[in-house]
Design a protein around this ligand. Structure first.
Ligand code: NAD
Length: 494
């Protein structure tokens, strides 16, 4: 990663982005434009089109036409594969441009963005390109005088609503399998991180994806997102974001065409440290990185640290030491480990959580405040709060910011009870040298992914999905394909 190249890219002005509908780059319509504020310094970076209901309807109608006339859905798998592989190559070729554009928009530190954004997006698109001609139908084990065939068909028009923390990675988790299975897609990026995802969609057209197969509409969630949710012509809605929006999407589906809705929501993931962890120093460093990278704006962040009481003080000191050693600041510097908080709104919400945590009896061990205010950007010191009661706000509500709450436990049973004491179930970890205990933790903690002696980093070969109010369905792995197909039975009398 070359700092000079990054600096050169950051010096370039960013053009205004409009919608991408029917293969055309469209400017703002009646809705006008919205300013894009860079969290790096609080300045206006560019504008995006503030989409309207009719923009969204035009995009959905274009996707429907494309689906019905078979320009993509009717192509042989090998032809679809070729286009998607080319797209992955283009994403890789434009990796630095995409990463810098995204960081200027959302504030993620560049070292992480490069790997987790274009790097992971290209890998995901390639994975599903390679998978698409290995998806077979089935022959049912029927009686001899009938033939039962199970066809796997694309669902039609997929609507994808994406959050701001990792727009390319999460975008690719939806677009890859949806397009691989022959669907048409309309994507709505987050209003606070549209740019890199819009650019990645442009590259899909460059790779040869026919017009209308992938449309992208920018704008407010409450306007264009709602129009997508309420559409009678979207067959499946896939979403990553907050629980509040997820709830609305289910309502929209119920009020419209009862479209299938898959939700990847938030978490309050427990990172459980037993005294018999194989390497407590390593565990402390990983615990700090597991909550503080991307300023805590990671759905699977290990935001609850549960520590066996006998090592509590010693371990908390080690995590605080690792935290204080992390470099917070300009996300476009290659050595930054914690970038900017995404927006003023998010920063204010984080500081509100710190105040509530102390009002509820927590003690701040490090951080707790805004920093680098002179830059005009939104930076927060990584914050550790000890003495967090299991029923405290910090133990129960997702912050989505750089705040770690610590709670001690006395026994394995208590650790499991505490781990399962929120409405969420997205990720978790247990650190132990005891193999049987490790397996008991995997079974006992109600979650979509359970790490043992590590935190994060699960690659695209395994599913990611929540239980409880962390969502339903899975992104990643071959299992994600299931969201984007319909099973159709052919029952044939012989
Ligand atoms: P958000 O729910 O505010 O926004 C997500 C998307 O929904 C945005 O594109 C937004 O424009 C859109 N939206 C907002 N209101 C809408 C409405 N009324 N109708 C339709 N669309 C609407 O979430 P966010 O703040 O962008 O993202 C943070 C949240 O996402 C956190 O809760 C985090 O945990 C979660 N998240 C989950 C995962 C996961 O895989 N489970 C991954 C990343 C983030």
């Amino acid at each position: 990663m070359d700092q000079t190249q990054i600096d050169a890219l950051r010096a370039e002005p960013v053009r205004a982005f409009g919608h991408l509908i029917d293969g055309q780059h469209l400017g703002a319509s009646d809705g006008g434009t919205m300013d894009v504020i860079s969290p790096i310094d609080g300045t206006v970076l560019t504008t995006v089109a503030a989409g309207t209901q009719s923009d969204m309807e035009a995009a959905i109608s274009s996707a429907r036409t494309a689906f019905e006339d078979g320009r993509w859905s009717g192509q042989p798998p090998a032809a679809r594969k070729k286009v998607l592989l080319k797209w992955a190559d283009l994403i890789e070729a434009h990796a630095l441009e995409l990463a810098v554009l995204g960081v200027r928009d959302n504030g993620t530190e560049i070292a992480m963005a490069l790997k987790a954004e274009p790097g992971s997006a290209a890998g995901t698109i390639r994975y599903y390109a390679e998978a698409l001609d290995k998806v077979y139908g089935e022959i049912a084990p029927t009686a001899d005088d009938v033939l039962g065939l199970i066809h796997k068909e694309p669902v039609g028009v997929v609507g994808a609503i994406i959050p701001w923390n990792f727009p390319l990675m999460i975008g690719a988790w939806k677009l890859g399998p949806a397009l691989a299975m022959g669907n048409s897609v309309v994507v709505k990026p987050s209003e606070t991180a549209s740019l890199s995802l819009m650019r990645m969609c442009e590259l899909a057209l460059e790779a040869g994806l026919p017009p209308g197969v992938l449309n992208a509409v920018t704008g407010e969630g409450a306007v264009v997102g709602q129009a997508m949710g309420l559409s009678m012509d979207v067959d499946v809605l896939v979403f990553t974001g907050s629980g509040a929006t997820g709830r609305r999407l289910m309502e929209y589906a119920a009020r419209s065409n009862m479209k299938r809705v898959y939700l990847e929501l938030g978490g309050k993931s427990p990172n459980i440290i037993f005294a018999d962890a194989p390497n407590l120093d390593e565990a402390a460093k990983v615990a700090a990185a597991g909550i503080f990278r991307n300023a805590g704006q990671v759905c699977v962040a290990g935001s609850r640290l549960l520590v066996e009481r006998s090592i509590h003080d010693e371990f908390v000191s080690a995590v605080a030491k690792a935290t204080d050693a992390m470099r917070v600041g300009d996300p476009l510097r290659v050595d930054t480990q914690i970038g900017a908080v995404n927006s003023q709104t998010q920063l204010d919400a984080n500081l509100g959580f710190v105040e509530t945590a102390t009002n509820e009896g927590g003690q701040i061990i490090t951080g707790g405040n805004r920093i680098l205010q002179e830059t005009g950007g939104y930076y927060m010191a990584p914050t550790i709060v000890t003495g967090v009661r299991p029923d405290a706000t910090l133990a129960q509500k997702e912050v989505f910011g750089p705040i770690l709450g610590v709670t001690p436990f006395n026994s394995e049973e208590e650790a499991i009870t505490l781990a399962n004491s929120t409405v969420y179930g997205l990720a978790g970890a247990a650190w132990t040298s005891n193999l049987s205990r490790a397996h008991r933790m995997v079974r006992g903690v109600r979650t979509g992914v359970m790490h043992i002696n590590t935190y994060g980093g699960a690659d695209g070969t395994v599913p990611l999905g929540g239980v409880g109010q962390s969502g339903n369905g899975s992104d990643k792995s071959l299992h994600a394909l299931e969201k984007y197909i319909n099973l159709k039975t052919a029952w044939i009398k012989l």
